[in-house]
Design a binder for this molecule. Structure first.
Ligand code: MN
Length: 292
């Protein structure tokens, strides 16, 4: 018998800050309210570029070459276009509705920019970047890159309620295309006015929902508006989201890895020694080479 997964807290975005000159983000994980890396494990970072207008620029805005080790970066584009290149040869352009899933694992250098042509005209930009942690046994595995076009996602038609776009994991048995190292569910609920959808995840999974567009009511009583994040309790399995107006909600739910988390800047390992090693490997060129 399923019990209700209640809302623990609805979190409003902190003031935005710039990452490089191309991403104006509200950071939700780690650091807002009780959302530290452990609380949402395996989701150890969530930056949200809420709708923001960038003027046209001949030189694409973004973040220059930087390293990562020990986790995956997942970028979900809602508006605008992003280009990515990494030292393992991964790269590509994602546009509205697409996702790039980069497994940094033992280490890559990468750069993230507005796509060149999009940058020239500029426009409204809206994007989410998540960092998904890797278990110790996979942290030093081979880097990998998954380009997930919107058309690759599993579309679950809920009739007059709307649709669910499954990126990873599953919705009612409908599996998304992303390969994940640990159990992770990630999906966009695109609900029409008055539309609703029910979600079921194991009680212990860390679960949250980010309202990308519109206004919603959760479990019939908790309200959340655009740009707010809904954190669910680690009890109960089932919740229902109803859209008061056309809404897009990003749902994330994952099994906690439950290993020590030792972060430092762009590296997330299990111990201090492994972080020291990451710096040494980075400084001695073991992350490869990427042109600026
Ligand atoms: Mn990065």
């Amino acid at each position: 018998m399923m019990t209700t997964k209640k809302v623990e807290i609805v979190v409003s975005p902190k003031p935005a800050h710039f990452v490089g000159d191309g991403f104006r983000v509200h950071n939700f994980i780690p650091g807002v309210s009780r959302l530290d890396m452990k609380r949402m494990d395996p989701f150890i970072m969530l930056d949200y570029n809420s709708k923001f207008h960038f003027n046209g620029s001949e030189k694409p805005r973004g973040v220059g070459v930087h390293p990562h080790r020990g986790f995956e970066t997942v970028t979900i584009a809602y508006q605008g276009k992003v280009e990515h290149h990494d030292s393992s040869g991964g790269g590509g352009v994602i546009g509205e509705g697409d996702v790039q899933w980069m497994t940094a694992a033992r280490g890559v250098l990468h750069k993230e920019y507005h796509e060149r042509e999009w940058s020239k005209t500029g426009g409204i930009f809206q994007m989410v970047q998540l960092w998904v942690n890797l278990p110790a046994k996979d942290k030093m595995s081979k880097p990998k890159y998954q380009a997930i076009k919107n058309s690759d996602m599993k579309l679950v038609d809920l009739g007059e309620n709307g649709v669910i776009e499954v990126i990873a994991g599953e919705y009612n048995g409908n599996k998304g295309p992303a390969f994940t190292f640990t159990p992770v569910h990630m999906m966009n609920a695109k609900l029409k006015t008055g539309g609703k959808a029910t979600f079921q995840f194991p009680a212990n999974y860390n679960t949250a929902a980010l309202v990308i567009e519109g206004n919603v009511t959760v479990n019939g009583n908790e309200k959340a508006a655009t740009d707010q994040l809904i954190l669910f309790e680690n009890a109960g399995e089932e919740f229902i989201i109803e859209a008061s107006e056309n809404a897009i909600v990003l749902i994330i739910s994952g099994e906690p890895i439950n290993e020590p988390i030792f972060p430092h800047g762009p590296f997330v390992m299990n111990t201090r020694e492994e972080i020291m090693q990451a710096f040494e490997d980075f400084n001695t060129g073991k992350f490869g080479y990427l042109e600026d």
